[in-house]
Design a protein. Structure first.
Length: 327
C-alpha cells in the first residue's frame, strides 16, 4: 500500500485528498519507484481545476525523484536500486510509491540530490526545450534579446541562468521588485515589474525600439497581446502556460501587420515522447546543473499531506523558485 493525493472531482485545493492506494508490480515497460521528493508545478493546478482534463478519479503530480524498487519486462536503462528522476505522463507523482512508464524516467547522477532532481525535471526540461528547441527564425545567437515572463518562478530562474550561459540578454518580468531582483541575481540582463511598469514600453526602450526575437510566455491571457507587441518582425511568441487564464480566441490575421509574427503553443510532453529524446534533453540539463551553470533554487518545502496549502501559495504567487513535496 502507498499514500497518494487524488481528486474525484475538479475544484479548488480542497478537492485533493490523501488516500491509500494499492501498488502492484510493474508490467512491461514500467517501473515501481519509491519517491524521496515530488515536484510542484502549475500544470498540477490546471489538472486539478479541469483546465486540462483527465479521466477521474485522478492522482496528481508530474515530477518526482526516488529509488527504483522494481522494473518490468523490456526495461533496460534502469534497474532496482537506481536513483532516478522524471517528468512524466500520466500524473501520479504526489505519492509515496507508484508504478509508471519507464521511458521518461532517467537515472539521476550521484552529484544531484533527490530534492534537486524532483524540483528540476519538469521545469528544467521545459527551459531546455524552450531555449534550445523552440527558437525564432534564424535561431538565437549570443547577444540576442529575449523576453521571459514570470521569470522568478521555478522555470524562470532556471531559464535566467541558462540563457546567461548561452550569452543571451534575457529581459525578465515579474510581479514585485523583490522578484525582479531575484531574476537579476540569477542572470537576467534586465527586469521589469509589470505591476508598476508597462513591459511593452520598457522592452522597446531596452532594445532600441527593435523588439525581441522571441517571447517565452507562461502567463497567458494577461500578457498575450503585450507579448506580441514586444516582438520584432518575424519574431516568435512561444506560449507555454496559462497562469492568468487561457488566451481567448483571436484572429490569426493580426499576426501579419504586427510583423509577420510566428506563434506556437508548446508543451514539454511532445518533446519527451521518446526515450531517446528524453535522455538527450536530460543529459543537457544534468550537465549544466552538475557543472554549476544552473543552480536549482528550492524555496518551499511542504509535507505531502499539506499539498492543499502548497497549491494555495502557488496560485497566490507567494512562491519563488522551485517547490517540493516530501512524502
Amino acid at each position: 500500500m502507498a499514500k497518494a493525493i487524488q481528486i474525484t472531482a475538479y475544484g479548488g485545493p480542497e478537492a485533493m485528498q490523501l488516500v491509500d492506494v494499492e501498488v502492484g508490480n510493474p508490467g512491461p515497460g514500467e517501473i515501481r519507484i519509491k519517491h524521496q521528493a515530488c515536484g510542484l508545478n502549475f500544470i498540477d493546478v490546471y489538472q486539478r481545476t479541469g483546465l486540462y482534463q483527465n479521466p477521474l478519479p485522478l492522482k496528481l503530480g508530474m515530477e518526482g525523484a526516488g529509488v527504483v524498487e522494481a522494473v518490468g519486462e523490456g526495461v533496460t536503462h534502469l534497474k532496482a536500486g537506481d536513483r532516478a528522476a522524471y517528468a512524466s505522463n500520466p500524473p501520479g507523482s504526489y505519492s509515496t510509491v507508484r508504478v509508471m512508464p519507464a521511458k521518461t524516467v532517467c537515472k539521476l547522477p550521484d552529484a544531484i540530490s533527490f530534492e534537486t532532481g524532483a524540483a528540476m525535471m519538469l521545469k528544467g526540461l521545459t527551459a531546455q526545450y524552450l531555449l534550445k528547441r523552440t527558437q525564432p527564425q534564424g535561431g538565437l545567437q549570443a547577444g540576442d534579446h529575449i523576453l521571459w515572463h514570470a521569470a522568478a518562478g521555478g522555470v524562470g530562474l532556471i531559464a535566467c541562468q541558462w540563457a546567461k550561459a548561452m550569452g543571451l540578454q534575457l529581459i525578465a518580468t515579474a510581479g514585485s521588485d523583490e522578484k525582479c531582483q531575484l531574476a537579476l541575481e540569477h542572470g537576467a540582463a534586465h527586469a521589469i515589474n509589470y505591476r508598476t511598469e508597462k513591459f511593452v514600453d520598457r522592452v522597446k526602450a531596452i532594445t532600441g525600439g527593435k523588439g525581441v526575437k522571441v517571447v517565452y510566455d507562461s502567463v497567458g491571457k494577461d500578457t498575450f497581446e503585450g507579448s506580441l507587441d514586444c516582438l520584432r518582425p518575424f519574431g516568435l511568441l512561444a506560449s507555454f502556460g496559462n497562469a492568468s487564464g487561457p488566451v481567448p480566441p483571436f484572429a490569426p490575421g493580426i499576426l501579419g501587420p504586427k510583423g509577420s509574427l510566428y506563434l506556437t503553443r508548446a508543451t514539454l510532453f511532445t518533446h519527451i515522447a521518446t526515450r531517446e529524446a528524453t535522455q538527450a534533453m536530460a543529459d543537457d540539463l544534468f550537465g549544466v546543473v552538475a557543472g554549476g551553470q544552473v543552480k536549482i533554487r528550492i524555496d518551499q518545502r511542504y509535507p505531502l499531506a499539506q499539498v492543499a496549502q502548497a497549491h494555495r501559495d502557488l496560485e497566490a504567487r507567494k512562491t519563488t523558485g522551485c517547490t517540493i513535496l516530501l512524502p
